[in-house]
Design a protein around this ligand. Structure first.
Ligand SMILES: C[S@@+](CC[C@H](N)C(=O)[O-])C[C@H]1O[C@@H](n2cnc3c(N)ncnc32)[C@H](O)[C@@H]1O
Length: 269
């Protein structure tokens, strides 16, 4: 199978990776196995070993300063040494209140982790203005905050109100998991373990890439990242094992040509 930009290629990403140029990619979004579901593709003996191998093999494809986002459960990078390859800048918590929390011996897990890595110490880009979220602060509180001196230099005015909104921070409770009623859900089978909300992937794509940049999605599922990339004029390489998912993803990409599949809220729009 030969890889082509701006489509979804059916195959194993660890094999297809050989065809991706070294230091050619601006952003990699890895929403692959979590090692927690019954899906065939999620049967991983050690998710930490899997993720270390992933980081070792994918990071050489990133340009210096490029970003890699890795999805998983809270322990997904515990006790592995990723530091020779990438710098961990944030562990983003994607918070989803459990509707039917069933845990009896433990606190029910209510969040996924999105590890934000960069190649090198500093990101080549972090487009904060494109991902700001509403800043709902009362005037009195805002004025009080603006009069607090900075811890670093003692000067006032460190905490400025920004009309465009605030940094989304590293706990994201504003983007909801898809439900059976979500318009963008491609099929009931894709709920929970497969399809991510477009708004979630959009925040990553907008923050860490620019128009014309190359984004790699090695675990494309039903094509959420390719759809977001196409909508925002990013070039993309996308791989997916399951031919049915590839087909669904290609249909979603095609629907964009006919003005369908529009996202209601676009960060930074
Ligand atoms: C969590 S889903 C990705 C969902 C995707 N972000 C979306 O919104 O549609 C993970 C996907 O990775 C695919 N996958 C797992 N291992 C793979 C591999 N080695 N190569 C390519 N695809 C793989 C699975 O088939 C599954 O569709």
């Amino acid at each position: 199978m030969t890889i082509t930009e701006n489509t979804i290629v059916c195959g194993n990403s660890f094999q297809l990776l050989d065809q991706v140029g070294e230091e050619s990619v601006d952003l990699i979004i890895c929403d692959g196995p979590y090692g927690v579901t019954q899906n065939d593709w999620d049967q991983i003996a050690s998710i930490q070993d899997f993720n270390l191998r992933l980081i070792q093999q994918f990071s050489p494809k990133l340009k210096p300063g490029g970003a890699l986002y890795l999805f998983g459960k809270p322990d997904c990078i515990d006790f592995i040494d990723y530091r020779p390859y990438l710098t961990l800048r944030s562990k983003i918590i994607w918070y989803q209140p459990s509707r039917l929390a069933q845990g009896r011996l433990n606190y029910t897990n209510n969040y996924d982790i999105i590890c934000y890595f960069t190649k090198g110490q500093r990101p080549a880009q972090f487009n904060l203005d494109d991902i700001r979220i509403a800043q709902l602060v009362e005037l009195e509180h805002r004025l009080r905050c603006e009069k607090v001196p900075s811890v670093v230099n003692g000067q006032y005015g460190k905490t400025k109100f920004n009309q465009k909104g605030k940094n989304p921070g590293d706990v994201w409770g504003d983007i909801k998991q898809l439900t059976y009623k979500s318009k963008e859900l491609v099929s009931r089978d894709a709920l929970n373990t497969i399809q991510k909300p477009e708004k979630l992937i959009e925040r990553l794509v907008l923050a860490s890439s620019s128009s014309g940049d190359l984004v790699l999605d090695p675990f494309a599922g039903v094509g959420t990242c390719p759809v977001v990339c196409k909508r925002h004029q990013r070039r993309f390489l996308a791989f997916e094992l399951n031919p049915d998912f590839v087909q669904k993803g290609l249909e979603r990409l095609e629907a964009l040509d006919y003005g369908q599949g529009k996202l209601e809220l676009s960060y930074g729009a």
